[in-house]
Design a protein around this ligand. Structure first.
Ligand code: OAD
Length: 248
């Protein structure tokens, strides 16, 4: 794909860049997205049964085991060229913020730092009562295991439907989106709020907004540039073209 020259010229002059990523960025690592018709997780499982506080109250074992399955999938996955390109992109600007809705930790494994995780991280576990992060517990055969401090059930440290975003991360994400001169929305269907509002916030604040997604989304008509391709191909090309543009 040829990256538009105007995009490159504007990006080359940017001082502050913010990126929002969604499940599509990890698709090429073999981690299923949520909404893609045939492969997405919600095509096979119902969010109401698995990713809500009610689901956990009703059937904690089912929810815990589903997350154990996803944890294994994520542990076996490797960062792909999109994750690596974003880690490199961060080194090319004085200010760079990476906001992700993904819980898989693949950005960090690719070398990105200070990642703003809006939906938590599947590799962490917390007490379902007190919310404290728990890193070790006794295996008593109980599924889910129990909190060593208070005996409540343990759960993954992710945001479920119906739960609020972590306030500090949401604040950081909002500031990063409204104080940048370039904003990328990559691999997200932009239908789950409040994360889905961030590209529009960036637009309203005067940033140039670029979407990278093989499919159109509700945000596509508003983007200054919509690059219709997979992130693992488009992002490495973009980084290469940007470096060439700066050398020229
Ligand atoms: P979705 O599954 O809703 O959307 C994935 C997007 O990635 C779609 O628009 C695809 O077209 C696009 N896509 C697929 N493959 C791609 C690729 N190789 N490169 C670039 N884009 C690609 O995932 P999210 O938008 O991340 O929340 O979903 C947002 C939230 O909804 C998730 O964090 C999760 C989910 O329910 C919770 O669990 C709270």
């Amino acid at each position: 794909m040829t990256i538009p020259v105007e995009l490159l010229q504007r990006l080359a002059g940017a001082k502050s860049v913010t990126v929002l990523t969604g499940a599509g960025v990890s698709a090429e690592s073999g981690v299923p997205t949520f909404r893609d018709a045939l492969t997405g997780l919600w095509a096979k499982f119902s969010p109401e049964e698995l990713a809500t506080p009610d689901a956990f109250r009703r059937n904690p074992r089912l929810v815990w085991e589903w997350y154990q399955w996803r944890r294994k999938l994520v542990a076996g996955a490797e960062p792909n060229p999109a994750h690596l390109a974003l880690a490199e992109l961060a080194t090319l600007f004085p200010r760079f913020h990476l906001i992700t809705q993904n819980v898989d930790g693949l950005h960090q494994r690719a070398g990105s730092w200070n990642v703003i995780e809006l939906h938590g991280n599947i590799t962490r576990t917390k007490c379902s009562d007190e919310g404290t992060i728990v890193s070790a517990w006794k295996d008593t055969g109980n599924v889910p295991p129990k909190c060593p401090a208070c005996g409540a059930l343990l759960r993954p440290d992710v945001v479920w439907f119906g739960e609020p975003m972590p306030a500090p991360e949401m604040r950081q994400a909002m500031t990063a989106s409204t104080h940048c001169d370039f904003f990328f929305s990559i691999g997200t269907s932009t239908v789950v709020y409040p994360a889905a509002a961030l590209p529009s916030e960036a637009l309203r604040s005067g940033a140039t907004v670029v979407e990278i997604n093989p499919q159109p989304t509700p945000f596509t008509p508003q983007a200054h540039f919509a690059l219709a391709g997979v992130a693992g191909v488009v992002l490495p090309e973009l980084v290469k073209a940007l470096k060439a543009c700066r050398r020229a």
